[in-house]
Design a protein around this ligand. Structure first.
Ligand code: GNR
Ligand code: NI
Length: 175
């Protein structure tokens, strides 16, 4: 398995920065995607965006297969992902984030989306996601824009969650 990255936790400012579009798909970029997948599987999570490992390029990895079918791996790597269609119908899902450990909240988003991106192979792809997959891909593209799931909550809930994580992180680093 590829080396893993350290996952960055709130309130690190890199999580609030906008990642830059990738110009060309190079071997070092494929190595980054391999390492991001290894980091995501180890965590474990169903998605990971470059900002979460301190890199500011528009790269996302995902795998929602294990949820339905434990043991199966269906990794998806997306370079420069863009949402090109969203459903009118909304969906509410309890979201979590590897950068906001241990905290979960219901978030409402479009129930289905179509996403275009450049794949691991360097060619353009277009995929349809719904339900958990749609929540995950929208959550990941938000990361590339410096947006976190807590931004969809009331400021009261958001601040409560961020304070809890900061307190837990402080306890961990002091010890
Ligand atoms: O592992 C994750 N689970 C999840 C559940 C519902 C909606 C989104 C996600 S993404 C999250 C991993 C993560 O933080 N990706 O950025
Ligand atoms: Ni996240």
């Amino acid at each position: 398995m590829a080396d893993t990255y350290k996952i960055i936790i709130v309130p690190d400012p890199v999580l609030r920065e906008k990642a830059q579009a990738v110009e060309t798909l190079t071997d070092p970029l494929r190595t980054q995607m391999d390492r991001m997948l290894a980091t995501m599987y180890e965590a474990p999570g169903i998605g990971l965006a470059a900002n979460q490992v301190g890199l500011l390029n528009r790269v996302v990895v995902m795998d929602i297969a294990q949820r339905e079918d434990p043991g199966t791996r269906r990794p998806i790597c997306m370079v420069n992902p863009e949402i090109i269609w969203t459903s009118e119908e909304p969906s509410t899902w309890e979201e979590g984030c590897l950068s906001i450990p241990g905290q979960y909240a219901e978030v409402q988003r479009p129930k289905a989306v179509r996403v275009k991106y450049i794949g691991y192979d360097g060619t353009p792809h277009e995929d349809y996601f719904e339900n958990l997959g749609a929540h995950c891909v929208q959550h990941e593209i938000d990361h590339l824009n410096g947006v976190l799931f807590v931004d969809y909550l009331s400021s009261l809930k958001r601040n409560m969650i961020l304070k809890k994580v900061e307190k837990a992180q402080r306890a961990e680093t002091v010890l």
